[in-house]
Design a protein around this ligand. Sequence first.
Ligand SMILES: Cc1cc2nc3c(=O)[nH]c(=O)nc-3n(C[C@H](O)[C@H](O)[C@H](O)COP(=O)(O)OP(=O)(O)OC[C@H]3O[C@@H](n4cnc5c(N)ncnc54)[C@H](O)[C@@H]3O)c2cc1C
Length: 291
Amino acid sequence: MFSTPNEVEMHVGTLKHVREKPSREELLSHYIHFVLDHDLNINTDEKVTDVAGGIDAGFRVVTDKSEYRATRVLFAIGAMERPKKLGIPGEELSKVHHLFMDPYPYVRKDALVVGGGNSAAEAALFLSEEGARTTMAIWREDWENRDPKAGAMKHWVRTPLEKEVAAGRLRVVLYKHIDEIRERTVTLTTESGDQETIPNDVTFVLVGSDADLTLLKRLGVEFETGKAGELPVYNPETFETNVRGIYVAGHFTHARHIKEAIDVPRRIVPLIARELRADVHEAESLADVPQ
Ligand SMILES: Cc1cc2nc3c(=O)[nH]c(=O)nc-3n(C[C@H](O)[C@H](O)[C@H](O)COP(=O)(O)OP(=O)(O)OC[C@H]3O[C@@H](n4cnc5c(N)ncnc54)[C@H](O)[C@@H]3O)c2cc1C
């Protein structure tokens, strides 16, 4: 992880970690044990396919397995559902991946990583360190970007990456575009305009991803376009959208890092609960009024 434990743990001092930064496995184990220890009612492997209705009559939340009724709905759907594509011939081949998991299947294979952010850099680093013959295709502006605010590669990724390059294990190609992916090769155009065909067993296209905003748009939630793409319009205090009763949190909002993805619901869920209690109270007092 890029973050320190205090930024990603559920309660102070509860995340166990071996190194300064927690690993992905340590963090996932921390979250899973939080769910198990508190016996949280979380249904995994269940995709929400539709949310309809409104605050007055309530919302109907339809999933691929079940259906729920809710008076409020908080969307925390992340921003990884739609990986960006290159839109080139061969991108649909089974050896082309838009998500990187493990380097181990690719030992002594010819791997190409396309992209200029931390995900691409980290994938190229891990592949190279674990024995894949790795090429990283990156635009010059990304390779030369040193501004953390403009999404530059984190230095703890760049430093070992540059070591791999210096040791001759990793090749960085400053490229213009990828032309075509074939079963055994990839053809690309370098920044100087030369076309090059390189051997290839596996390709990782890691050029970012977008949230799937279909459900929110169907509900009538408004969006604005910013630097990070389309973002829902919401009240910065309550994170309620323009559709009453529909809330947002996490990666597809302005509060996109894990710390905020934890802090925002921690702040707004009690507000929602308070509002619901007020609704119940109002309904009860109305029921007490003689008709
Ligand atoms: C390689 C990598 C390293 C990162 N390192 C860091 C770091 O060190 N620190 C940091 O702060 N951030 C880091 N990030 C960013 C971090 O992952 C996000 O900020 C964080 O996960 C946001 O949490 P979230 O709950 O909003 O979204 P997510 O963690 O993406 O969770 C959203 C969940 O909603 C589910 N979902 C989506 N649509 C539906 C649907 N229709 N029905 C049911 N479920 C649905 C998804 O499957 C997913 O499980 C990193 C990201 C990457 C890719």
